[in-house]
Design a protein around this ligand. Structure first.
Ligand SMILES: [Zn+2]
Length: 144
């Protein structure tokens, strides 16, 4: 008789990229992930049973997650469905931030058109660029 190999443990699966956020734990600006965490039994390394399923908004850098319920999950998925993939958002974010020295955001505002032009030239979608720009502006201290 072949013995069953049963592995117990936590299993985390990415459900979706849900856009940029400033992590409340590590303070980095990251592409947040919606992840499902569950307990599961594996037989011969194949999952056969899952239980205790919970959803989290997770920071991919420090791995800290904020637990959300099912209706919050649905709402977040609906709100973020049109957003670019995290890798794209972070690429655009980095290309925009290269233009900012010493938090000189006024300079960024003056150069917005040129930066958008450059990003479009690199093949990024204008919706994606607008999304990242509005995220960056939402992070700025209020200026008169
Ligand atoms: Zn973090």
């Amino acid at each position: 008789m072949i013995p069953l190999i049963i592995g117990w443990g936590d299993n985390s699966k990415k459900i979706a990229d849900i856009g940029l956020m400033r992590c409340q734990n590590c303070s980095n600006i990251v592409g947040a992930e919606l992840r499902e965490l569950s307990k599961q039994i594996n037989i011969f390394f194949l999952p056969v049973s899952k239980w205790n399923i919970n959803n989290y908004i997770m920071c991919p850098i420090c791995k800290v997650g904020i637990k959300i319920n099912e209706s919050e999950k649905k709402k977040i998925l609906k709100e973020t469905i049109a957003l670019p993939a995290n890798t794209t958002s972070i690429e655009i974010f980095n290309k925009i931030m290269v233009n900012i020295e010493q938090n000189d955001f006024q300079k960024l505002k003056n150069k917005t058109d040129a930066i958008v032009e450059e990003l479009l030239g690199l093949g990024y979608k204008s919706d994606d660029i607008s999304y990242v720009f509005s995220f960056i502006l939402s992070q700025l201290p209020n200026t008169p």
